[in-house]
Design a protein around this ligand. Structure first.
Ligand code: GLP
Length: 272
């Protein structure tokens, strides 16, 4: 599949491993991202997908459903591991990430649900749940391509800004800004869980390819920091700068600050 929407910018200076694709709009971002995933599944039918929730990847999932219906991609042998789950929500809660994945993707494609893994937010022994999630991931051989969104504060999965970051899957307290940001999906802010289970930086960084998506002007600043800033645990996504194979797909609004003339990092612009 070819990517016929968007402008591709290769970034120099220490982050030459990061390919940035700037699509015209949300639709274009979703299409580019879906084609990257579909290409991966077509080239490796039993691949391990690392999947993300949030509003950003919804359009990409819609495209993948469409490609699957048109027989352009077959998910029957695919396994998937999701990044995170709210602690305390069961899979049938309409704000759980299991519910999100079932409704946005799994129920509409030919994936075997038994091969889709998401941490259990209601596990009795939550520490054990975290350890077994990592063991299962290791047993399956790690992630081929990890989809990521990004929080306005630079979180990936639910790895929140902090003095230190965790390698393994763990329980984390959500920051005030994340609780506020995610309260839009709940009827009141009090209903937003204050803790979550999240894959750690180890699980994410071991993925062979990272595909990070962002859309909208509210993400422009954090995308600029991700691409051009220094590595800092207060911006967990900045660690991706040391991953060897990162594709960042943004729309023009989210890419606004890295496209500006002042920004010397955008070196070669290839119009597709
Ligand atoms: C949530 C998820 C992240 C997601 C982020 C951004 O808190 N845990 O995986 O990337 O928020 O969400 P959105 O795409 O809605 O901006």
């Amino acid at each position: 599949m070819c990517y016929n929407k968007g402008t591709e910018i290769n970034v120099e200076k220490g982050v030459d491993n990061m390919k940035v694709i700037i699509a015209k709009n949300y639709e274009g971002m979703s299409e580019v991202a879906a084609k990257i995933i579909a290409d991966k599944v077509n080239s490796k039918p039993n691949c391990i997908l690392g999947l993300a929730t949030g509003s950003t990847p919804v359009g990409m999932y819609k495209k993948l459903v469409e490609y699957n219906k048109n027989n352009e991609v077959d998910f029957s042998l695919v396994n998937s591991f999701n990044l995170d789950e709210y602690k305390g929500l069961s899979g049938d809660h309409n704000q759980s990430y299991r519910y999100f994945m079932d409704n946005n993707l799994f129920n509409h494609i030919n994936i075997n649900k038994a091969n889709t893994f998401i941490p259990n937010g209601k596990a009795e022994n939550i520490e054990e749940e975290c350890r077994s999630y990592d063991s299962k991931l290791a047993e399956y051989g790690g992630i081929d391509i990890q989809v990521l969104g990004i929080g306005n504060n630079g979180h990936i999965g639910f790895n929140e800004p902090s003095d230190t970051l965790s390698v393994c899957t763990h329980v984390t307290e959500l920051t005030k800004t994340t609780i506020e940001a995610n309260s839009r999906f709940f009827s009141s802010i009090e209903e937003v869980p204050t803790e979550a289970i999240t894959m750690g930086l180890g699980g994410i960084m071991r993925a062979k390819t990272i595909l990070l998506l962002a859309s909208g002007s509210q993400k422009a600043e954090i995308i600029s920091k991700l691409v051009t800033g220094k590595i800092n645990t207060k911006i967990p996504a900045s660690l991706l700068q040391i991953h060897s194979n990162v594709i960042v797909v943004v729309d023009e609004e989210a890419g606004a600050l890295i496209m500006s003339n002042d920004n010397k990092l955008a070196v070669s612009i290839v119009k597709n």
